[in-house]
Design a protein around this ligand. Structure first.
Ligand SMILES: NC(=O)c1ccc[n+]([C@@H]2O[C@H](COP(=O)([O-])OP(=O)(O)OC[C@H]3O[C@@H](n4cnc5c(N)ncnc54)[C@H](OP(=O)(O)O)[C@@H]3O)[C@@H](O)[C@H]2O)c1
Length: 326
């Protein structure tokens, strides 16, 4: 089978598509023919050796996919060849086939296409864990989302609006903000051309925002934290901007506010039952059309590196997927 290979730490330009042996299932595992795999910012970090997970070289990047089970190993019950499924893996999804523990696949909701499901689990799993579980977002509260047109950002815009919040989307271009409005943002801030703190003051006044969702970090974080109101919460999602901010602790004292860490992957390890229940509920909403993920670009496996370049250059919006059979 063909797979994208990372043979040395570096940027997307050093990745190559090569023939590798097809995977066989061990006991308790299934092999899935990958129909579509979601592209995530952590893929970029992983190929550079900058992510929490550092696979031995060479390896195939890609952490989420949707496809069809082709083979089941000994002792597998409840999943059969022919079943359409979605799954998350530590790495290995940018390939024609992927082997996973049968216990970690979930049924693809009926009527949902592979591309929509492939980019769903990480973005919506993270946004749900952040907003519902860590942020305790309440209907009527104000939610500020930074990097709002990106993968985890747009999922937070969509979920925040669905949870009844007033969503303020902040991003680097008017085109990205138009995408956010189409997915439930009622107010927008272009932080390339507008001062974030001044614009937030104009939008929410002295009350401040209740919840901030920050996948970007860097110089945006301190003005956003200072814009939080009494008992507000600040969700640390990631550092796509490349810089981990240092924050003045007195700001939290003055506001009675909290800085809250969010790591979806660790939640799944520490609280597997709760996270699986949440994902099942999210997939139900995907299946009945209440959630409609925005897939803005699809690439064949041969051009998978270009998909990663688009994330690195900030030109991607919503979710980008790789389709190995295209
Ligand atoms: N905590 C968790 O459990 C968890 C789970 C998944 C992902 N993450 C993290 O969340 C962040 C976003 O991931 P994603 O998959 O949503 O990425 P993405 O789709 O590429 O979105 C990232 C957004 O960050 C903004 N950005 C600002 N500076 C950037 C830069 N130098 N390079 C790239 N983007 C930049 C971009 O928006 P603008 O151009 O509008 O600024 C972009 O839309 C990453 O740091 C990732 O590691 C965390």
């Amino acid at each position: 089978m063909r797979a994208l290979l990372c043979k040395a730490w570096g940027g997307p330009e050093s990745l190559a598509v090569e023939d590798v042996p097809s995977p066989r299932p061990g006991a308790g595992e299934v092999v899935v023919a990958v129909k579509a795999a979601g592209v995530n910012f952590p893929d970029l970090l992983m190929i550079q050796g900058k992510y929490q997970v550092q696979p031995p070289l060479p390896f195939t990047p890609g952490v989420e996919f949707a496809g069809v089970v082709t083979e089941a190993g000994a002792g597998v019950a409840g999943v059969r060849p022919g079943d359409p499924v979605v799954a998350t893996v530590a790495f290995g999804a940018f390939a024609e086939a992927c082997v996973v523990p049968a216990a970690s696949v979930l049924p693809l909701p009926r009527g949902v296409d592979f591309a929509a499901a492939a980019g769903f689990t990480v973005a919506y799993g993270t946004a749900w864990h952040a907003l519902e579980d860590r942020g305790r977002l309440q209907p009527g509260e104000t939610l500020l989302v930074l990097g709002a047109a990106g993968g985890v950002g747009l999922a937070a815009v969509t979920l925040g609006a669905a949870l009844g919040a007033r969503v303020i989307a902040a991003a680097s271009s008017d085109e990205k903000l138009a995408v956010c409005r189409a997915h439930g943002a009622t107010d927008t801030i272009n932080y390339s051309t507008q001062d974030l703190r001044a614009r937030l003051k104009a939008l929410v006044g002295a009350k401040g925002v209740d919840l901030v969702y920050d996948p970007v970090g860097g110089s945006l974080t301190e003005p956003a934290l200072r814009s939080v109101g009494w008992r507000g919460r600040y969700l640390v999602i990631g550092f796509a901007g490349g810089e981990i901010p240092r924050l003045p602790a007195n700001v939290t004292l003055l506001k009675g506010s909290s800085i809250v860490g969010v790591y979806w992957g660790a939640w799944r390890e520490h609280e597997p039952e709760a996270s699986r229940r949440a994902m099942t509920a999210l997939l139900d909403r995907l299946g009945d059309g209440r959630l409609r993920p925005y897939v803005s670009a699809r690439y064949p496996l041969a051009r998978a590196a270009e998909a990663l370049v688009a994330l690195a250059r900030r030109t991607a919006t919503g979710k980008t997927v790789i389709e190995p059979e295209a």
